[in-house]
Design a protein around this ligand. Structure first.
Ligand code: NAP
Length: 526
């Protein structure tokens, strides 16, 4: 059986003992063992910080972009192998696995191109030089350079490929070395990707390190030039963010956490309109893709009172056509959740939601899974609920059930009412509004924007031209305020800011202009 080890200090290492046995969540058969992580964390950090950091900073943005682009090709070239591992260790259907792995390759490719477009420069110029006093000589210019530390990335279990590579793409392009840690339960895909990166010899020594199992006292070694980017539950995020040395040394922290994303149906959309079909398709996809284990999945479905019967009927009918079972079978539309703990958490969360809601589809989640030994696997039916009283229900706005579960919340059809209900989620990654009424879309967008990192406006003419709200794109910001962690990743160049130090330089205009003039991609300066 495969042993998942750490890659630190330029070598594969393992300490005595094993951390965990990974299983196939459909059959519960073991698929890999996870070795205990490295013994010497200080050395692992120092190697990345010095060897990796110096090597990356010696390169221009364009050169680093080439490296990142080359990594994308490596992932893509091994797509089928990685898909098979995601099916075996993540409970992914083939479609789920493609979503993760193609997302990883696509984000690497996009950031590769972003770097290449920045050209032969080693720092970025932020805005124009500004005259600071009455004297024309005294000007200020902001510039941004890579921090001289290490970027520690801790990822969630649901996107082992994309989670690892979307963060690595941005940090490496910015010029910071990375120590990446996948969630242990689904680490097989991330580990294979790390093996491929090492075999490819694309990256300089120390640029990317990989941690299997726990992080030991890794975080205790972080200092003021380092950054920590975390994706996972709010509880873990809060604990990491408040570590003594993280607070004491002002280690920069980015948290991507829970989110109770909403989809709001406008009352103008007739049942036979394209916009309505888009709404139904997006809710269904988000409930079942990755078995609902998507941070961007629609958890709250706001439906005008007058449209409740039709929506319930349409969603229940479509959910009934989805087969749950062995995700390697082509006829199966939804696999298991990733772990037994995840299954227990979803069941407990569902019970909590049902205190204030009734099941429209899926009952308590019990299901007879197809193609697997009876009683085996971490399976659940998709469950669609409807809250009894949208005004008083609490759990639906406070508790993220990380599985194939969504709740309909009736509302009046007025934008102000919908905004007030969605805002009760306390800040989210993404919400979507489905309508062809521009006034409604505008009122919703301006009302919801302060509570979200991203909004999706699903109008009829967009049908067939867009990916749904659940897809995170490298061009757009990913993250959200409040409950969602307060973080911000991706968004093209915006994502680089986390890894760069912005510095204001004030001085004599000719000197400032000579040293820090904006570069064109053909410049050699930097
Ligand atoms: P989790 O239990 O918080 O774990 C996340 C990561 O933190 C894992 O790598 C885990 O490692 C690590 N971790 C746990 N305890 C730690 C500690 N004491 N020190 C250092 N690292 C520690 O979350 P999860 O169950 O994997 O993910 C599900 C959650 O992630 C959901 O709430 C979901 O909403 C959220 N999520 C958010 C986004 C987003 O972009 N906003 C994306 C995906 C998921 P081990 O696996 O080794 O324990």
């Amino acid at each position: 059986m495969k042993t998942i080890r750490s890659y630190v200090g330029g070598a594969w290492v393992e300490a005595a003992g094993k951390a965990q046995t990974l299983v196939n969540p459909a059959t519960e058969e073991p698929v890999a063992e996870v070795a205990a992580g490295p013994n010497d964390w200080a050395r692992a950090v120092a190697h990345a910080r010095t060897r990796g950091g110096e090597a990356l900073r010696a390169l221009t943005f364009a050169e680093r972009g080439q490296l990142v682009k080359a990594l994308s090709k490596v992932v893509h070239a091994h797509r089928d192998e990685l898909i098979a591992l995601a099916i075996a260790n993540g409970g992914n259907t083939r479609g789920d696995a493609k979503f993760d792995i193609d997302g990883a390759a696509g984000t690497l490719a996009a950031y590769g191109e972003t770097g290449i477009a920045l050209g032969k420069v080693k720092f970025l110029v932020d805005g124009d030089a500004t005259q600071l006093t009455r004297s024309v000589r005294f000007v200020g210019q902001h510039i941004a350079l890579p921090r001289h530390g290490v970027a520690v990335h801790i990822n969630a279990f649901n996107f082992p490929a994309w989670g690892m590579m979307e963060k690595a793409a941005v940090a490496l392009l910015a010029g910071m070395p990375v120590i990446t840690k996948p969630a242990t339960s689904t680490a097989l895909v991330a580990h294979r990707m790390m093996e491929l990166v090492v075999e490819s010899k694309i990256l300089p020594d120390g640029a990317l390190s990989f941690i299997a199992g726990g992080v030991g006292d890794l975080l205790a070694h972080l200092e003021g030039q380092d950054v920590l980017a975390f994706t996972g539950s709010s509880d873990t995020g809060r604990m990491l963010r408040s570590q003594q040395n993280v607070v004491g040394s002002s280690v920069r922290v980015n948290i991507e956490a829970d989110s109770l994303n909403a989809a709001v149906l406008g009352r103008d959309l007739a049942r036979d309109s394209e916009g309505y079909s888009l709404f139904v398709a997006d809710v269904l996809r988000d409930m079942t893709q990755k078995t609902g284990q998507k941070c961007t999945a629609i958890r709250r479905v706001l439906v005008p009172q007058s449209m409740l019967d039709g929506v319930r009927e349409d969603l229940a009918e479509r959910l009934g056509a989805i087969k749950v079972g062995d995700p390697s079978r082509e006829d199966v539309g939804m696999g298991p959740v990733a772990t037994r703990k995840q299954l227990d958490d979803v069941r407990a969360g569902l019970a909590r939601l049902r205190e204030e809601a009734d099941s429209i589809f899926g009952g308590d989640g019990s299901v007879e899974a197809v193609g697997v030994p009876k009683g085996k696997g971490f399976f659940l039916s998709p469950v669609l609920l409807q809250v009894r009283d949208g005004k008083t229900a609490r759990h639906v706005h406070e508790h993220e059930v990380f599985g194939p579960v969504s709740s309909i919340i009736p509302y009046s059809g007025d934008a102000a009412d919908a905004v007030a209900i969605v805002a009760r989620g306390g800040g989210g990654l993404v919400s979507s509004i489905y309508s062809d009424d521009r006034a409604f879309l505008g009122e919703m967008a301006f009302g919801l924007a302060p509570y979200h990192g991203r909004l999706f406006l699903g109008s009829s003419k967009l049908a067939g031209h867009a990916v749904g709200p659940g897809t995170v794109l490298p061009q757009l910001v990913h993250g959200g305020p409040g409950r969602a962690g307060g973080g911000e990743e991706l968004g093209s160049l915006r994502g680089l800011a986390f890894y760069l130090q912005r510095t204001a330089i004030a001085g004599d205009k000719p000197i400032i202009e000579a040293l820090f003039r904006p570069h064109t991609s053909d410049d050699d300066a930097g």
